[in-house]
Design a protein around this ligand. Structure first.
Ligand code: PA5
Length: 430
């Protein structure tokens, strides 16, 4: 394992032992081989495996330059997309960017909330803005509605030529309505490779362009992923953290632990949990199988969900994500009268207090019957997030194969759409 990302299973003892892991090892290594040889189910969607290392220096400069061109002409940049076309960028930007950089980006098109969209349009009326609209299919309803409204404002404010400077589309090479719009209106574009599925696309232009727009060092992001790619290609479960995580999950699932809670202790990491929920839920939840992926943000949720985790139905296990290097500031101040009784932690950084909260929670939950393991990243940096994304993508692919599903399709997401289109009277829907 690397210093940048380490997977720790100390708090599994008593729940998953060496015999359990040895018992599942053969299946894990077979699944891993299927993935590495690219001949398992869904193997036409394995483009994500080669994304790190696939961008030349010139490709990366092009993305950085496109991002800078939007930044130059706007004080606010709108990223439009939903699901895999939004969560990775959101997770990354929230995790690594200081507030000044984060505040330059606003996300839209990830729901169908009229009031939120109206509020955004009113805000944009008074701001200089630009847009990166992302949709692989180019036909998804939520981002299409948002883009139609925001583009109309852009055209009103800046005219067709001004709009063309301010819009970048990220979509399929030649299919879909968004590609057609880009071509007809002369908008610049980046391509989402066909063999990269939405939830596996964060290291493609889907995640790279918004990240660059927010000032993330995308070279370091890709370097982190590339380093992890080497690590998770190892054919030995004990030195391959993705295989070990997949083994732990399946071993626990077989013991009736059917819900996994991905818990973070730092607010900036909360969208990593959202991204993880999509990655694991959409990849594994099919054919009546799957581990239900839930997320918690501690210590906040220790005062709500904490009760359930500690003493509720014992069908859950937990995976913590912890950034080892914390913030030295702020510190808890000393007060002469110690009226609130906090002087015993005076001088400690708030982050140190938070780390003790994590250690205490991991121990208490384990003792309460909730096995847990921890993914440690060194820090909230582009490099570590790149490593984390690649680690989790590999883990879910191996885990899904062991579970006996195709981790790369999502047939179930069509059902509600069909019904909604019928209710809306979309032409061509019975
Ligand atoms: O993972 C997926 O495939 C989905 O979550 C998609 O990313 C999401 O539905 C958005 O699709 P599109 O990029 O085609 O608009």
């Amino acid at each position: 394992m690397s210093d940048k990302l380490r997977y720790d299973i100390t708090n599994l003892s008593g729940f998953v032992n060496d015999t359990d892991l040895a018992g599942i090892e053969r299946e894990i290594l077979e699944a891993h081989k299927l993935l590495q040889d690219k001949n398992g189910p869904g193997s036409d969607f394995l483009g994500w495996m080669d994304l790190p290392g696939s961008f030349s220096s010139q490709d990366i400069s092009e993305i950085d330059e496109a991002a800078a061109s939007l930044d130059d002409c706007s004080d606010l940049m709108v990223v439009i997309g939903i699901g895999g076309s939004y969560l990775g960028a959101k997770a990354l930007i929230e995790s690594v960017c200081p507030p000044k950089q984060r505040e330059k980006i606003v996300f839209a098109g990830f729901d169908i909330c009229g009031s939120a969209l109206q509020e955004l349009i009113e805000k944009l009326e008074t701001r200089d803005f630009s847009v990166n609209v992302i949709s692989k299919s180019g036909t998804t309803t939520e981002p299409a509605i948002a883009f139609r409204m925001i583009e109309s404002l852009l055209l009103r404010k800046y005219g067709p030529e001004g709009a063309a400077k301010r819009v970048i589309c990220t979509t399929d090479k030649d299919k879909g309505a968004l590609r057609q719009i880009a071509t007809q209106r002369g908008y610049r574009s980046f391509v989402i490779p066909r063999d990269v599925g939405g939830r596996f696309s964060v290291l493609s232009p889907v995640g790279l362009l918004p990240a660059a727009m927010a000032g993330v060092d995308i070279r370091r992001l890709l370097e982190g992923a590339l380093e992890q790619k080497e690590i998770v290609s190892r054919k030995d479960m004990n030195s391959n953290p993705a295989c070990l995580y997949a083994a732990v999950r399946n071993a626990l699932w077989r013991k009736g632990k059917v819900t996994e809670i991905f818990s973070v202790f730092e607010n900036p990491l909360r969208y990593v949990a959202e991204w993880w929920k999509q990655l694991f839920g959409e990849s594994e939840g099919k054919q009546g199988k799957g581990i239900f992926p839930a997320g918690c943000v501690f210590s906040t949720d220790l005062h709500s969900m904490g009760q359930f985790v500690q003493e509720g139905n014992r069908n859950i296990f937990e995976t913590f994500l912890i950034a080892r290097k914390g913030e030295p500031k702020p510190e808890v101040p000393r007060e002469d009268d110690d009226a609130d009784g906090l002087n015993y932690i005076a001088g400690m950084s708030v982050d140190e207090v938070n780390k003790r909260a994590y250690e205490a929670t991991a121990k208490a939950h384990c003792e309460g019957g909730v096995p847990n393991s921890t993914i440690f990243i060194e820090e909230r940096s582009a490099f570590c997030l790149g490593a984390l994304f690649y680690f989790l993508e590999t883990a879910v692919a191996v885990s899904g194969y062991v579970l006996g599903v195709n981790p790369f399709d999502q047939p179930g997401v069509e059902a509600y759409k069909k019904e909604m289109f019928r209710l809306l009277g979309k032409p061509g829907i019975d």
